[in-house]
Design a binder for this molecule. Structure first.
Ligand code: JFZ
Length: 480
């Protein structure tokens, strides 16, 4: 059995290896379907179908991640001690007994939560979609669930369904809504997996006998019924299901049961964290930007603004607006999306430092969004940096040393150059792959022409002495 799998995998990977970049690219994944007990939509659809399904997501470029749940009450502190690491993992990191953690539910009454304001904030930030934790690893459902009583409507004095309120607002305000769902880890349901990161990365190391149980039973009695609720109770949403942290418990056969359900929603986009060898639609680099993207795959870098996803009262290590904006532009130039997190507190308020930064990013996008939304990756490439000849990264490969002078994105008849490090006099670029017919600065509403001088190896773009934006000024090259 093992040997057969190995051979099958070897054949699949050699087939993939031999495919032209393009076939790998747009996921002509028929080669992988034989390994799946249930073929997923990605296994069977054509490239044209995939392109149509992914269209809104590819154009969107910028989304809001929301990590919100019971963990916002302890907010990083348990029994008077600050618990290190990410806030939504506090139950695991402090080995909190199931009964003690469940006792948080009657205290959860986030009366300041306002779906209109959160969706309006996402829009003001220039975000085109939201992905919110419908159930994180703690097992608490942030929605009205008949399948399991440990949820925000049945177990808290709040009695409201924030997912429904967000779905209504997203519909009204015209952005997409997706649901994060922890399908594998569930620390309060018997049989749910637990990943103890402080014990040699051992999976399924439980700390309370109340967690004992059978994983398949958990999946059949809680996770799959809740996924059905999420998929059928919110109208046109979810547009995305964001799975997370699969363990070996999620066998191909069990994952296949989930896939059979997902297949009933042909517009749905889901990520690569289901498990059971399913690749899903999107790569999900977490807290980093891949140096060269993932050629041939759709991808989305998810990142925090400080050092936690779920709210921690004392984490004030916020990235600057400059860093967030440079990340967005860097990601767009490599063909990816940026899923940037907010962590509302236990009353439902978004931390002011997060609101402030999102509005600043949105201000830039309101002027320069043309250079981001719906664009293609750079036609250059070297500007992002280079691999070191001497330094190695953790995996022993040459270390990527990013450069932060400028990035580039591509439109139908435009090449955009987002300049971070404003040069004196002019910017020199290599000859682009297209004929350039003129140039202007995107933030200059008059589109006054700027001078271009051809040189033997490229173009000198004459620039005013000062940038039009302190972080990124966009040069537009008009092209054939
Ligand atoms: C996961 C979650 O555990 C985390 O709470 C958050 O939701 C984030 C977006 O996704 O983060 C991970 C996933 C995998 C590892 C660590 C954190 N890992 O493999 O070490």
């Amino acid at each position: 059995m093992k040997k057969r799998c190995f051979i099958a995998l070897a054949v699949i990977s050699s087939i993939q290896f031999c495919l032209p970049a393009h076939a790998q690219l747009q996921g002509d994944r028929i080669a992988t379907s034989s390994a799946h007990p249930v073929a997923a939509i990605q296994d069977t659809e054509t490239k044209a179908q995939r392109d149509a399904r992914m269209l809104w997501w590819r154009e969107a470029r910028f989304g809001m991640f929301i990590h919100w749940g019971l963990y916002s009450i302890p907010a990083g502190t348990w029994n008077g001690k600050q618990v290190p690491s990410i806030g939504e993992w506090i139950m695991n990191n402090a080995s909190i007994p199931v009964a003690d953690y469940k006792a948080l539910a009657p205290q959860f009454n986030p009366t300041s939560f306002n779906a209109h304001d959160i969706v309006a904030l996402a829009k003001a930030a220039g975000m085109r979609y939201i992905v919110i934790t419908s159930k994180h690893h703690d097992g608490f459902a942030m929605f009205d669930s008949k399948a399991d009583p440990f949820n925000i409507v049945a177990a808290t004095p709040f009695h409201r369904d924030p997912l429904r309120e967000l779905a209504d607002e997203c519909r009204k305000q015209g952005i997409k809504l997706g649901f994060y769902y922890s399908q594998d880890q569930d620390w309060t349901a018997p049989g749910g997996a637990a990943y103890k990161t402080d014990h040699h990365d051992r999976p399924n190391h439980h700390w309370d006998t109340a967690q004992d149980g059978d994983f398949a039973t958990y999946l059949h009695t809680k996770a799959i019924p809740q996924l059905k609720e999420l998929l059928s109770n919110y109208g046109e949403f979810p547009a995305v299901i964001w799975f997370d942290t699969p363990t070996d418990d999620m066998t191909p056969a069990l994952a296949g049961e989930i896939v059979a359900l997902l297949n009933q929603y042909p517009k749905l986009i889901w990520n690569n964290r289901l498990g059971g060898s399913y690749q899903g639609d999107t790569e999900t680099p977490e807290q980093f930007i891949p140096p060269q993207g993932y050629p041939g795959r759709d991808w989305e870098s998810c990142m925090t603004m400080n050092d936690t996803w779920g709210y921690k009262s004392y984490d004030t290590n916020f990235k600057s607006t400059q860093t967030l904006l440079q990340n967005l532009i860097d990601i767009a130039s490599k063909g990816g999306n940026y899923l940037l997190n907010i962590g509302p507190d236990s009353k439902g308020n978004v931390p002011p430092a997060e609101v402030e930064r999102l509005k600043q990013v949105g201000q830039w996008l309101s002027v320069n969004g043309e250079a981001i939304y719906g664009t293609s990756p750079t036609l250059f490439g070297d500007e992002a940096g280079s691999f070191s000849a001497t330094e190695k990264d953790e995996s022993g490969k040459p270390k990527f040393i990013p450069a932060w002078d400028w990035r580039s994105t591509t439109g139908a008849h435009r090449i955009y150059i987002e300049v971070f490090n404003w040069p004196a006099g002019s910017l020199h670029i290599k000859k682009p792959a297209r004929a350039v017919t003129g140039a202007y600065l995107l933030a200059d509403s008059s589109h006054k022409a700027i001078k271009l001088n051809e040189t033997p190896d490229g173009i000198d773009i004459a620039l005013p002495s000062k940038p039009l934006d302190p972080v990124a000024t966009v040069i537009v090259l008009k092209t054939k």
